[in-house]
Design a protein around this ligand. Structure first.
Ligand code: NAP
Length: 309
């Protein structure tokens, strides 16, 4: 086991984790933030953030996350890269297992966020990186002047459809119902964009292609069951997210969808372990609410360490 003992270990470097890290390091608690891959979380794949206060005209997701990190550095937040595999409860202290190494800490804040959900259809896995993508911001530019489709009906699908019109010759948004979940302002923009066609009550059953990549989708009318083919070279899947909490399923209470259950103050079922951001069961998943959660979890961690909680 590593000799170093932290006051707080934060698992995950998205907006919730970075905010928690800002608060705890500013409060002079010895804090380590462990990130698996890339700091910034899901915001890193967002082109423009328009609804985070303080940035009239919007700000690019990666730019916002660089500001979050710089802000944390001002207060000396320690960061390390690795995959957290488990939390072991030793009563007054916890062990966070990161890539097999045991790090000791007095409390933990889990801010692992969520990852894109998969359709689970034939051809999806086979054509990942050759036509199937879960991130328009990352991969959209590979689809210049060719038709693409996007599956989903929420804010992500709407934003990504709009973004893809910068590159693709045509964007077909495929939604399984007759009503979008996306906010009205995004729906208005979709309707106003001549490059976007919405296929209602339609599901994607299969991705088809050859060695050079995806070429078509097999679609099914959800009402009549009638099948048809749609020629596209890209399928962007934007059907929501799943929480990244499976590694904690044995030790924390999760809801049936795998979100960590907490009280309103971000306490989990294990004393000394808090959860914040999209990995926590809550109504609204936004950067603003992740930031709010991160602050609450940090203050509650501070109270826990002071013995007031
Ligand atoms: P979401 O709101 O959960 O929407 C997922 C969409 O995918 C729904 O339209 C759903 O259809 C559809 N869907 C789910 N499973 C499907 C399947 N197996 N096959 C076909 N379609 C399926 O997910 P999201 O758009 O990723 O957004 C996640 C959260 O982030 C939301 O709270 C959203 O508001 C937030 N967000 C906010 C912004 C912003 O504020 N600018 C941007 C992006 C995301 P049904 O409608 O039929 O269920």
């Amino acid at each position: 086991m590593s000799e170093t003992s932290y006051d707080v270990i934060i698992i995950g470097g998205g907006p919730a984790g970075l905010t928690a890290g800002l608060y705890t390091s500013r409060a002079k608690l010895r804090t380590l933030l462990v990130e698996r891959m890339l700091m910034g979380g899901q915001v890193m794949t967002t082109t423009k953030v328009e609804n985070y206060p303080g940035f009239p005209g919007g700000i690019d997701g990666p730019d916002l996350m660089v500001r979050f990190q710089e802000h944390c550095q001002e207060f000396g937040l320690e960061v390390s890269y690795g995959e957290a595999e488990n939390i072991l409860d030793k009563g007054e202290f916890k062990i966070v297992v990161v890539d097999g190494e045991e790090l000791s800490t007095r409390c933990v804040i889990v801010t692992t966020g969520a990852e894109p959900r998969k359709l689970g259809i034939p051809g999806e896995q086979e054509f990942i990186g050759r036509g199937v993508s879960y991130c328009a911001t990352c991969d959209g530019a590979f689809f210049r002047d060719v038709p693409v489709a996007i599956a989903g009906g929420g804010d992500t699908a709407a934003e990504e459809a709009l973004f893809l019109t910068r590159f693709a010759s045509k964007v077909t948004l495929i939604h399984r119902r007759d009503k979008l979940r996306a906010t009205p302002i995004l729906q208005e923009r979709l309707t106003a964009n001549a490059k976007i066609e919405v296929l209602w009550n339609t599901e994607v059953d299969r991705v088809e292609g050859d060695n050079s990549g995806a070429k078509a989708l097999e679609l099914r009318d959800a009402v009549t069951g009638k099948k048809r083919s749609l020629a596209v070279e890209g399928l962007f899947v934007a059907i929501g997210v799943t929480p990244k909490a499976h590694f904690l399923a044995e030790i924390l209470d999760l809801d049936p969808d795998g979100y960590i259950l907490t009280d309103p103050e971000c306490r989990t079922s294990m004393p000394g372990v808090f959860a914040a951001g999209d990995v926590r069961k809550k109504i609204l998943k936004q950067i603003a609410t992740a930031v709010g959660d991160g602050a609450v979890a940090a203050i509650m961690a501070e109270k826990y360490l002071e013995g007031f909680d």
